[in-house]
Design a protein around this ligand. Structure first.
Ligand code: FAD
Length: 292
């Protein structure tokens, strides 16, 4: 099923992101966790892509497996910046052959040795190039892309970031999933600005439950997210107690999601970090709301 059809429906959805193992040897450890997450029957699941890594094949394997065994619609992520055109075309072909209908088209992070000033020598410099490649592939993919309520770290101004987001949507991207954020007002502001800029495609906010204090540091390093005072107070108070922090983190994420649904946002994507117990807890908290 194409995810855009779910997003155009008026009912609230909750979808999950999972990631493949970083090394082949961990595949058997990661798979059962992902299966437990799929058994929760989220609206759809996305499987991230390890840019340039040797385990990129797992993205497709996991996406196929979830779809075939659990009948959950899946979306495979694909990145382009550190790949040759030949490799990307090969990956697109594999997706086509496997009947994957939904692809999240991403640039991927630049490695320390990559400089944007060299981009003219690369086959792909931005996600929009991959979106165009997918559109030209002859397959009728539903295409998602990333967006950043707090601005992508490489952008100097939000206006530029939104300009390039519009370019991705105009190139054929059907919907956007956001980077994580911990203050919903940032999302509401962002939605206002992109709608003003003429971007009308659905936006699926990405929510990450922070259930361990150490995870917060990593999340901020990755996303540069603003941490509200009440979130800091929660981590200060409960960060030293694993069970208390897990409970508080799940409650915070649930509260964010309920606020989003209550304010007219219909679709939410949960960064599960491959933790079935967290995905289950959040889903249970929302069981009478999802589908409304
Ligand atoms: P782009 O859209 O290319 O944007 C990157 C920067 O370039 C932005 O500052 C943008 O404003 C600017 N820009 C865009 N187009 C142009 C243009 N034409 N000319 C000049 N500047 C331009 N990474 C992975 O490796 N694997 C994953 O599976 C993965 N999944 C993700 C899922 C989500 C929901 C999100 C939010 C991120 C994900 N990432 C993943 C991380 C992502 O790869 C990085 O954030 C990366 O740095 C940017 O990717 P992008 O697709 O947003 O790039």
């Amino acid at each position: 099923m194409k995810i855009i059809n779910l997003l155009n429906n008026d009912r609230c959805t909750l979808s999950f992101e999972v990631f493949p193992p970083k090394v082949s040897s961990s595949f058997d450890e990661v798979k059962p966790a992902i299966e437990k997450i799929a058994q929760l029957k989220p609206s759809f699941m996305s499987v991230t892509y390890g840019a340039g890594g040797g385990t990129s094949r797992f993205t497709l394997d996991i996406a196929e497996d979830i779809r075939n065994r659990y009948s959950v619609p899946t979306m495979a992520h694909l990145t382009c910046v550190s790949s040759t055109r030949e490799t990307v075309l090969e990956k697109i072909n594999e997706l086509k052959k496997a009947g994957i209908q939904n692809v999240m088209a991403l640039r991927g992070d630049l490695t320390p040795e990559m400089k944007l000033s060299d981009a003219k020598h690369w086959d792909y410099s931005h996600a929009v190039d991959l979106i165009r490649e997918l559109k030209n592939s002859g397959a009728d993919f539903c295409i998602g892309c990333a967006c950043y309520p707090e601005v992508h770290p490489e952008s100097q101004h939000q206006t530029d970031d939104i300009f390039y987001l519009k370019e991705k949507v105009d190139a054929g991207c059907d919907f956007m999933t956001t980077q994580m954020f911990f203050d919903n007002n940032l999302l509401y502001n962002f939605l206002y600005k992109i709608r003003e800029a003429g971007i009308t495609a659905p936006v699926v906010p990405g929510i990450m439950p922070i259930t361990r204090a150490i995870q917060l540091k990593r999340a901020i390093e990755l996303s540069g997210s603003f941490i509200p005072q009440r979130f800091k107070a929660m981590v200060d108070r409960f960060g030293g107690d694993d069970r208390a922090m897990a409970q508080a983190g799940i409650a915070y994420a649930t509260d964010q999601i309920i606020d989003l649904y209550a304010n007219g946002v219909k679709h939410v994507h949960l960064y599960t970090m491959n933790k079935p117990e967290i995905a289950r807890a959040v889903m249970n908290n929302l069981s009478s709301i999802i589908g409304k």
